[in-house]
Design a protein around this ligand. Structure first.
Ligand code: ATP
Ligand code: MG
Length: 403
C-alpha cells in the first residue's frame, strides 16, 4: 500500500473510532438498553447492520437488518440520559388466495377490517429530539419527505402525543421513489394507516386510530368496513375487482384490535403494473419480484373460477405487461437512447432539493436533477434516475454478447 493511502486509511479508522456512537461508554449503555452484549453491538456496527444516519442526523442509528426480533428500519437514539426507539414497519404477509387464508390466519376472531392498500412509499413521521422527522422504510431520514411532512401535517399532534408515531404511505405524482400511479392527487399526500407507540411499536386499535387521526384532520387510507369472517372473502373479491378497474392496488385486511398481524391482497391490474415497471428495467429487478407477481395471477384465476373469456383477457393483460416494457426498453437502447426512470419532487426550499440530491448520491442512486420550476410558493423539480444495469446489459446484447 502506498504511504499516503496508508496514512489516509489510518486517519479514517481513527475518526470512525472517535465517532460518538462507537465510544466505549455509548456502546455499554446501548448494550444495556437493547439487552445485547457489547461484543454483539460492536459486531453490528462492524457489519453496518446498525449504522448511523448522515450529517446532522448521525446520532439516529438505524437497523439495516432484522436483529433478534427488532424490525429492519428501526431507529434508536439517545434521549434524556437513556434511549428511545422507533420500530420499523413490520412486513405484511400476502394472501395468495382469499378464502382458505383468511379462515386460517384469522380463525381466532369474528370480524375483519378491510382498508385500501395504497401504492406509494412507506413513511414514519415522529418528533425526534424536538424535530419532526420522516423516516423511510429502511430508517433513513429523507430530507424531501421530512420537508413535506412539516409542510403538510398538523404538527400540534406531536406536541400532544410525543409518544406516538404516524405510519403511512406518501402517494401522488410529486414522488421521487414510486413510478406513476393513478390516484387523483395533484401533488403528494400522506395517507396514514397506522399509529404506533414509540419503544414498544404497539399499534392503536383501528377505531381509536381513525378517530384520533380524524380529530387532527389527517388523511387516512379508506376503510371499507368490518366484515364477518365468513363473508369477508366474497366482499373482498368485489372490492378488489372495483379497485382493479380504477388501477388501484388492493387491500390490507386487519384485526380491528390490531393484535393479529394484517394480510395484504392485490388486484390483477396492480400485479400487471408492477410487472410493466419491472420489465422496463429487467436487469435491475429481482427475479423473485417478477415471478411472484406472475404466480399470483395463476392463483387468482383458479380461486375466482374464471370463465374462458375472462381468462383470455387476463392472459392478454399479463403478456402485454411483460412484453410491452421489454420492447420499449430494448428499442430505446437499440436506437441509442438512455434508459431512465422519472421522478419528481415539489419543495418549499431549494435547500431541501439540494439535500435530497446529496442524499440520493449517498444511497448510490445515479440521478440528474432538472432546473427547478416555480409553482406558487414552491418549486417543481424533475428527476431522472439512470438505470445503468439494464441499459448496459441491453447494449451489450446488441453488440453480440451471450446471455
Ligand atoms: P412488506 O415488507 O410490508 O410486504 P413491501 O414494500 O414489500 O412491504 P407492499 O406489497 O408494498 O410490500 O405492501 C406492504 C406496504 O403497503 C406497507 O409497507 C405499506 O407501506 C403499504 N400500505 C399501503 N396501504 C396500507 C394500509 N392500508 N395498511 C398497511 N400498509 C399499507
Ligand atoms: Mg407498496
Amino acid at each position: 500500500m502506498k504511504e499516503g493511502n496508508k496514512k489516509r486509511k489510518e486517519q479514517i479508522i481513527k475518526n470512525t473510532l472517535k465517532a460518538s456512537y462507537r465510544a466505549p461508554q455509548f456502546v455499554a449503555n446501548l448494550s444495556e438498553y437493547l439487552g445485547f452484549s457489547e461484543e454483539k453491538i460492536e459486531h453490528l456496527f462492524e457489519k453496518k447492520y446498525l449504522a448511523p444516519n448522515w450529517g446532522k442526523h448521525e446520532a439516529l442509528l438505524r437497523f439495516d437488518k432484522e436483529i433478534s426480533g427488532i424490525e429492519r428500519g428501526t431507529v434508536v437514539y439517545e434521549k434524556d440520559g437513556g434511549f428511545e426507539k422507533i420500530l420499523g414497519f413490520p412486513k405484511i404477509r400476502r394472501a395468495m388466495v382469499l378464502e382458505p387464508t383468511l379462515k386460517k390466519q384469522f380463525r381466532k376472531i369474528r370480524s375483519l377490517a378491510v382498508e385500501e392498500k395504497m401504492n406509494g412509499y412507506n413513511v414514519r413521521v415522529a418528533k425526534i429530539k424536538g424535530e419532526v422527522i420522516a423516516l423511510t422504510r429502511s430508517g433513513y431520514i429523507c430530507p424531501y419527505t421530512s420537508e413535506r411532512a412539516k409542510v403538510k401535517l398538523n404538527l400540534e399532534f406531536f406536541d400532544k402525543h410525543p409518544n406516538l408515531v404516524l405510519y403511512g404511505e406518501m402517494v401522488g405524482p410529486d414522488n421521487p421513489y414510486v413510478p406513476k400511479t393513478s390516484y387523483e392527487i395533484e401533488s403528494i399526500k400522506f395517507f396514514i394507516f397506522d399509529v404506533r407507540e414509540k419503544n414498544t411499536g404497539k399499534p392503536l386499535p383501528i377505531a381509536l386510530r381513525r378517530k384520533l387521526l380524524k380529530s387532527y384532520g389527517f388523511f387516512q387510507v379508506k376503510l371499507y368496513g368490518e366484515f364477518p369472517l365468513e363473508k369477508a372473502p366474497a366482499e373482498i373479491k368485489k372490492i378488489i375487482q372495483q379497485l382493479g378497474k380504477i388501477e388501484h392496488e388492493g387491500v390490507v385486511i386487519k384485526d380491528p384490535e390490531m393484535l393479529l398481524p394484517p394480510i395484504k391482497y392485490t388486484s390483477s391490474q396492480s400485479n400487471c403494473s408492477d410487472l410493466q415497471h419491472a420489465f422496463l428495467f429487467y436487469n435491475e429487478t429481482g427475479r423473485d419480484y417478477m415471478l411472484s407477481r406472475i404466480v399470483r395471477e395463476g392463483f387468482q384465476t383458479v380461486e375466482w373460477n374464471e370463465s374462458e373469456k375472462d381468462f383470455e383477457k387476463r392472459c392478454m393483460q399479463l403478456g402485454k405487461s411483460i412484453l410491452s416494457p421489454l420492447r420499449k426498453s430494448i428499442q430505446d437502447v437499440k436506437e441509442k437512447r438512455r434508459l431512465f426512470e422519472e421522478g419528481r419532487i415539489r419543495v418549499r426550499e431549494l435547500e431541501t432539493a439540494r439535500c435530497f440530491e446529496e442524499y440520493l448520491k449517498r444511497l448510490g442512486v445515479e440521478a440528474s436533477f432538472e432546473e427547478p420550476k416555480p409553482v406558487g410558493e414552491e418549486f417543481l423539480i424533475e428527476i431522472k434516475k439512470i438505470n445503468k444495469s439494464t441499459h448496459d446489459k441491453t447494449a451489450a446484447i446488441w453488440e453480440g454478447q451471450l446471455w
